[in-house]
Design a protein around this ligand. Structure first.
Ligand code: NAD
Length: 239
């Protein structure tokens, strides 16, 4: 039996599946992840991404933060791939209750997923730090240097930087979805970023891991698929 057929069987037996993913879900859309061989960690920058994308760095070097952020974190041309699309279909068919993502690219919603719990925020939402005015992605793309609000304040992306805490309501909803799930599909994540990665332990159902490289969860998985997530999910039939 092909590994996707085994996944199909687990999904057919499940009533409340949840997906938990990371940057690897969007690499097939052309957005680099952090830890793959062609990921951002292997590229040469003056600082590693975790340093630049930290709260302290943002406060001290906003200009350099936005240079990296615009060049490496924003991919406005990227389109949802087969993984995003299949997950949206599974939700529409009543098979999947939530997509919990560490991604900030908005591609799950672009594919049609509705219950998307964005643990690390979204590049599509930006707020003035002084007056709270909301801005879309365009405000960041069309500005240069440090993006400024009409009031003069700095516009900050609603993205959770390293050293910042996750949104409590989003975590609570993710925990509830995981506790109620009878099947958890974890995919495209190194599970190296905490506290997000620790949330998967709330699920007591069956576990599927789909990742190109090994993860700490592999030993616990009922089904382990070492491969591309878009390609794997594209085989699934949604009944
Ligand atoms: P990561 O870079 O640490 O790990 C990505 C994992 O996905 C790797 O283990 C890699 O082997 C695997 N992978 C890559 N392409 C894959 C594919 N096509 N199919 C299956 N597996 C694949 O990413 P992470 O665990 O999400 O943690 C990094 C942090 O960086 C997260 O907090 C995330 O918010 C942020 N980030 C987000 C984006 C995005 O929004 N698209 C992009 C880069 C980084």
């Amino acid at each position: 039996m092909e590994n996707w057929e085994q996944l199909q069987k687990l999904l057919d037996e499940s009533k409340r599946a949840v997906f938990f993913g990371g940057a690897g879900v969007s690499t097939e859309s052309g957005i680099p992840d952090f830890r793959s061989t062609d990921g951002l960690y292997r590229q040469t920058y003056a600082y590693p991404p975790e340093t630049i994308l930290s709260h302290r760095f943002f406060e001290r070097n906003p200009e350099e933060f936005f240079r990296f952020y615009r060049a490496k974190m924003l991919c406005p041309q990227a389109k949802p791939n087969a993984a995003h699309r299949k997950l949206a279909e599974l939700e529409a068919a009543g098979k999947l209750t939530a997509v919990i993502t560490q991604n900030i690219d908005g591609l799950h919603q672009a594919a049609g997923s509705r219950n998307v719990l964005e643990l690390h925020g979204s590049v599509l939402r930006n707020t003035c730090r002084s007056c709270g005015k909301f801005y879309g992605l365009e405000a960041i793309l069309s500005s240069e240097g440090i993006p400024r609000c009409s009031c003069g304040g700095i516009i900050k992306p609603d993205v959770v930087l390293y050293e910042e805490s996750l949104d409590g309501d989003t975590i609570a909803r993710a925990v509830r979805a995981l506790e109620q799930a009878d099947l958890l599909i974890v995919g495209g994540t190194s599970l190296a970023v905490y506290p997000a990665a620790g949330l998967v332990n709330y699920c007591k159902g069956r576990l599927v891991v789909i990742n190109k490289s090994p993860t700490s969860l592999d030993v616990k998985a009922d089904l382990l698929i070492q491969g591309r997530i878009g390609e794997t999910l594209s085989h699934l039939r949604v009944l």
